[in-house]
Design a protein around this ligand. Structure first.
Ligand code: SF4
Ligand code: SF4
Length: 254
């Protein structure tokens, strides 16, 4: 496939080649890029950040997030709100660097790469594309360390993020088919989907109150994982949304 047609400016496609990069406190641009960033947050990013901050997902949404256009007109995206101070720093930027580094969002981990997901059509899965950004202010490109994409993924501990972002990408592609049964934006089903995707603690309460897990055939270990782990609950929620909205049935009623 010719990817030139959707290649944004200041980016080159990366496949098996190595790239130079090292971001550290010795570069002259250190901490300059964590300001005035247009950063989309994906559902798993919200889980990582609210866990890092030890707050409920609803509080995280209220305090740190604004709603923006998603990748298509049928479901909104979320953006991290920058602080209003001079230079609009990221709310998690401290004097010595990122204060949420261990649980930083996937876009921050992935940089200087960007990861794009191509949907190959119903039941045909996804194809992943990587692009290397070339922002002139970023001096990390001039450093000696060299990485392949796989090495960068390992170094930045991207596997869980990529796993959940791919699940999200598949669900979002389903949302792009406008499965809201004519209710339009912010109808009851879309509000339910917003809660499942972005507000995991409220979804956990909903699942318990409505006995949702008891309605489906789930293995015992699966139930236990969902009970203790937000990522597993998110994954169940994605399958549940497809079930109730009439997509591929990956859940079975008892
Ligand atoms: S989350 Fe951390 S790495 Fe990402 S923009 Fe904010 S301060 Fe920078
Ligand atoms: S601009 Fe590049 S090298 Fe500089 S701090 Fe940001 S990521 Fe690191």
């Amino acid at each position: 496939m010719d990817t030139k047609e959707f290649l944004p400016p200041e980016r080159t496609r990366v496949e098996n080649d190595l790239f130079n990069f090292h971001c550290h406190s010795g570069v002259s641009c250190y901490l300059s890029c964590c300001r005035n960033v247009d950063m989309l947050l994906f559902p798993y990013d919200i889980i990582l950040l609210k866990q890092q901050l030890n707050i409920a997902s609803s509080q995280f949404l209220q305090q740190f997030v604004s709603i923006c256009e998603g990748s298509h007109p049928f479901f909104p995206g979320l953006k991290l709100k920058m602080n209003a101070d001079e230079g609009q720093p990221c709310p998690f930027l401290g004097d010595k660097g990122c204060t949420v580094y261990v649980n930083r969002p996937s876009a921050c981990r992935t940089y200087p790469l960007e990861r794009g997901i191509e949907h190959l059509g119903p039941g045909r899965g996804l194809r992943v594309h990587y692009f290397l950004t070339h922002h002139p202010y970023c001096k990390g490109h001039g450093e000696q360390r060299r990485y392949s994409i796989r090495q960068w993924e390992r170094d930045q501990k991207l596997h869980d993020c990529n796993y959940y972002n791919d699940l999200w990408g598949e669900l979002d592609a389903f949302f792009a088919s406008n499965p809201w049964a004519g209710e339009g934006k912010a109808g009851p089903y879309q509000q339910l989907a917003f809660m499942v995707c972005y507000n995991v603690d409220t979804f956990r309460d909903y699942v318990e109150t409505h006995g949702i897990l008891n309605q489906f055939q789930l293995r015992k270990d699966e139930r236990q994982r969902i009970a203790r782990d937000d990522g597993s609950l998110l994954q169940f929620g994605f399958r549940w949304l497809e079930f109730i909205l009439g997509g591929h049935k990956k859940l079975f009623k008892k």
